[in-house]
Design a protein around this ligand. Structure first.
Ligand SMILES: [Zn+2]
Length: 466
């Protein structure tokens, strides 16, 4: 039996993760991500899929982020009807995230039509909510560290990756007629010291390794996240203002809630109300309670006094009217809302309302990509255009680094070094070219590996005649 891999995405890019394995006559795809970011990447989502979607037998997902799952509705619409295997939390998160992604696609198409900037008379969304919902019946959950038979040729085992709830490192055992081979996909790897998620599992052996490199060229400085957060909130409180925290609904919001609860318990910030104004964040936080054995907070969620996601000062706001009512609050409050880069969602009306007020503060807790409103605010722009109006920026703007969900270069090397024998071949994926090349250099110099940084659509023969 021969085994081949083709890189349908996530090669020299951080988005569009899709790795096609041909195992004898079987076609298996690991991840099915959407391309995001630069226009030339986003246009790939509209290209004809490189192989006939109905010919794919099986899809395995490392985790729920859209750059790993966001192409699924399109693939199903084009004829894919096989099983999609993922951990239990990933299955539930995928449903939340794909619905949201589809809603954004529909809104974008409607907006393009209204503004008339599309060359099509009736711009179509990449997929609809209905398309997204057709993915759901195909999803099949597995647990961590349970070897699951997929077919006579292969098994899969998921190990904790520590990146977001349910994120997995996937180990595939390929059973040839002569030999067995092990392939490992790192997925996105998390941090070694995260208060909520366990560190990435060490994997002792792989014939073939696919390792991510998002931060392959970056070292996260150890920053006192909690102290910085406390300082900005205390200062805003003393000024009589409201602290507004734009935050991603998955992972980041739960981490911020954890820190805020700890700070209030320790008396480092006042016991003022905390409002979570993001329906998606509310649904995701609920999953942390359902899947308490997938993270480190399990026992603390059982007691009102220690639960960072359920206490008397914490309020979840679902409806649009409730969200708007928060604009009337003049001080003594913390509001968390999405999206994290202020590109859309409810955070927009909060910013519109808070930015002109010099007593309020905006605290960014995640990376702000080039071209986003978040980045422009961090760059110190004095007015920001919203709803067709130039809004004065008088509120104080802060940025807290160090809350990243990605392993940095040192952590990636530490994880790689835990292989007790060198993988026979390794591929560096999921990174910008400079990040992937930097990690390749370090793996070569520090560990004596000879990794390959593959190109988009490049193929490799991995095993022949096994
Ligand atoms: Zn991710």
């Amino acid at each position: 039996m021969d085994v081949k891999v083709k890189f349908l995405g996530g090669a020299k890019s951080v988005t569009g993760s899709r790795y096609l394995l041909e195992i004898g006559s079987l076609k298996v795809m690991v991840d099915c991500g959407l391309f995001q970011g630069r226009k030339e990447l986003r246009l790939r989502n509209w290209d004809e899929f490189p192989i006939e979607p109905s010919s794919i037998d099986l899809i395995l997902l490392t985790h729920a982020h859209i750059d790993h799952t966001g192409y699924l509705p399109r693939l199903v619409r084009q004829g894919f009807g096989g099983r999609i295997i993922a951990t239990e939390p990933t299955v539930d998160l995928v449903k939340i995230l794909l619905r949201d992604s589809a809603k954004l696609q529909e809104e974008e198409a409607a907006y393009a039509q209204k503004k008339g900037y599309s060359k099509h008379a009736k711009p179509e969304p990449l997929y609809t909510i209905e398309d997204a919902e057709k993915v759901f019946p195909l999803l099949e959950p597995i647990g961590f560290e349970e070897e699951t038979d997929l077919n006579p040729q292969m098994t899969v085992t998921a190990y904790n990756a520590g990146h977001i709830l349910g994120a997995a490192i996937l180990k595939l055992k390929i059973k040839g007629t002569q030999q067995e081979k092990i392939m490992v996909f790192s997925g996105d790897l998390g941090r070694y010291h995260d208060p909520i998620l366990n560190p990435p599992a060490n994997i002792p052996f792989a014939d073939i390794l696919f390792i991510e490199s998002t931060y392959g060229n970056r070292k996260n400085e150890a920053v006192a996240v909690e102290e910085q957060l406390a300082l900005h909130i205390r200062t805003t409180y003393r000024n009589g203002g409201v602290s507004l925290i734009p935050s991603f609904a998955v992972g980041r919001t739960q981490l911020v809630l954890y820190y805020l609860h700890r700070l209030q318990q320790k008396g480092k910030i006042p016991n003022i109300p905390i409002y979570v104004d993001s329906p998606m964040a509310i649904d995701v936080t609920e999953l942390y309670k359902t899947y308490s054995h997938y993270h480190r907070l399990g026992p603390t969620l059982e007691d009102k006094g220690t639960n960072p996601y359920s206490h008397s000062r914490l309020h979840y706001y679902q409806s649009q009217e409730a969200s708007i009512s928060l604009n009337a609050i003049k001080g003594d409050a913390i509001i968390i809302s999405a999206s994290g880069m202020a590109t859309g969602g409810r955070i927009l009306h909060h910013l519109y309302n808070r930015l002109p007020n010099e007593n309020d503060s905006i605290i960014f807790v995640g990376y702000q990509a080039e071209g986003t409103r978040g980045r422009r605010l961090l760059d110190g722009e004095k007015t920001i255009r919203m709803y067709g109006i130039d809004v004065d920026v008088k509120a104080s703007i802060h940025y807290i680094d160090g809350l990243s969900a990605h392993a940095d270069q040192t952590e990636l090397l530490e994880w790689a070094d835990a292989f007790t024998t060198k993988p026979k071949r390794s591929f560096i994926v999921h990174g910008e070219p400079e990040a992937s090349e930097a990690l390749a250099t370090r793996l070569h110099e520090d560990l004596g590996w000879n990794p390959i940084v593959p190109e988009y659509l490049e193929s490799f023969e991995l095993f022949s005649g096994i």
